[in-house]
Design a protein around this ligand. Structure first.
Ligand SMILES: Cc1ncc(COP(=O)(O)O)c(C=O)c1O
Length: 439
């Protein structure tokens, strides 16, 4: 390029850059993000609500008692005296900090190892490794498992932590249609071509239970594809662990394919009513993850309160099958009751109980307010863009701490709010909300 043109283009590029340069915070302040933009209408009530009192089937919201259907404490362990006793004793002995440092450096203890062994046994794997948080753990497991020559094939409706893990991947990735085995097969064909070209491998990722709609991942069908394709399967069983399978070992046990899950993940944040998570699989693979998962190598070890707490919780899950039985009594009563009353609860195959209604976002807000304030029912509400426009998803998570009386009151409340939705009550009530939102 002639020197004078180079000078010219240099000038142009420089001018362009200076024109498009902004303060980083300008965009952030102007656009608060897909959820953040609702903050002024929703915060403190629809998002970031404060549930007070002991964890359980009935808690306090806005100063009133509500039946809580959104706390993910599937087995009702959160407030059991024997659990709280162990938590408190661990805090009294170790404080909240011990052990200090990352596992690799100074944060390792025999009890971390014991918990790993017990978890591995429980989910029928050779070994397991602890993670401080499920979310970061999943991101890091995916990051550690694949290199740039490998290909990831994953369900399009995956949890954010899977999506973020895949984001770190430097190689090819394909999504398949939600729980659609034909689509998975088509994408495995594509992935196989790429992997063959690169000399890499394939990682398929599914959830054990999809937490929004409650369907189980089609693990049996996915595993069957191993006959035809060469891949490894990772399953995020956050909602399946403790709730599914004969012993509570999760969706793999339920579908009788636990041995074919190569990398099994579950969190302590749901059935275990704690914090932390684990990954389990063949010893060689877990050993590799132990030395390569950056979220664990470069982060402080899981504190002893959670380690001792998890040992106690796991023991209760193993020795008290009545907890899971009570959970399922409530799940069945709730889901059958809703179906009998003609509610659309989609295709759930787990404890997650979605109720789909038709309505706008302002109607959804008025409806939820009515449910909480006048019927004492607290559940999560999901609207567009998470689900299609015009649909309202009320999501209920039954637990072992609920009673059949809670279920009955909830069914009656749902019948009442459906009548009010259909007779236009919420449309009228929501007009002020709609105006405020500029709809
Ligand atoms: C499917 C799934 N994976 C991972 C996580 C993250 O687990 P944690 O809360 O331990 O970070 C969750 C929890 O919300 C989840 O639902």
């Amino acid at each position: 390029m002639p020197a004078e043109i180079q000078v010219l283009t240099k000038g142009l590029v420089a001018t362009k850059l200076s024109h498009s340069m902004k303060d980083l915070f300008d965009r952030i302040i102007a656009n608060k993000g897909p959820l953040g933009k609702w903050a002024s209408q929703a915060e403190g009530y629809f998002v970031f609500p404060e549930l007070e009192g002991p964890i359980g089937n009935r808690m306090k919201f806005n100063g009133k008692e509500v039946i809580t259907w959104s706390i993910n404490d599937y087995l009702g362990l959160g407030n059991l005296p024997e659990i709280k006793k162990v938590d408190a004793a661990a805090a009294a002995e170790h404080g909240a900090a011990y052990p200090m440092g990352a596992r690799m450096m100074s944060g390792h203890t025999k009890l971390h190892e014991q918990l790993q062994n017990e978890l591995a046994d429980f989910v029928s794997k050779e070994a397991s490794y602890l993670l401080n948080f499920g979310y970061q753990g999943v991101v890091s497991i995916i990051d550690a498992l694949v290199s740039k020559d490998d290909v990831i094939v994953y369900d399009v409706d995956s949890h954010a932590c899977i999506i973020d893990g895949v984001r770190l991947h430097l190689g090819k990735r394909f999504t398949y249609k939600h729980n659609d085995v034909a689509s998975l097969e088509k994408n495995l064909e594509r992935a196989t071509k790429v992997a063959e070209q690169n000399g890499g491998g394939i990682l398929v990722i599914s959830e054990g239970v999809f937490g929004m709609r409650g369907e189980q991942g089609k693990l049996k069908e996915i595993v069957a594809l191993k006959e035809k394709f060469n891949f490894r399967l990772m399953v995020d069983d956050a909602h399946g662990f403790g709730t599914l399978g004969k012993t509570g070992a999760g969706a793999g046990e339920e579908q009788d394919v636990q041995d074919d899950i190569d990398v099994y993940f579950a969190t302590f944040a749901k059935s275990m009513a704690g914090i932390g998570a684990f990954v389990a699989g063949d010893k060689e693979i877990i050993d590799y993850l132990k030395y390569n998962m950056r979220s664990q190598m470069f982060a402080k070890s899981l504190p002893m309160i959670y380690v001792k707490g998890a040992l106690k919780r796991l023991d209760m899950i193993r020795t008290m099958p009545e907890l899971k039985a009570k959970l399922w009594e409530n799940v069945n009563a709730l889901q059958n009751g809703l179906r009998q009353r003609g509610f659309d609860i989609g295709t759930t195959q787990s404890c997650v109980t979605p109720v789909y209604l038709k309505g706008s976002i302002p109607e959804a807000m008025a409806l939820v307010k009515d449910l909480r304030e006048n019927y004492g029912i607290f559940c999560s509400i999901v609207v567009y863009p998470v689900i299609p426009k015009g649909l309202i998803l009320l999501r209920l998570i039954p637990t072992a701490s609920h009673t059949l009386q809670d279920v009955q009151e909830t069914l009656d409340a749902f019948s009442a709010i459906r009548d009010r939705l259909e007779n236009g009550t919420y449309k009228r009530l929501s007009q002020a909300v709609a105006a405020a939102m500029g709809e």
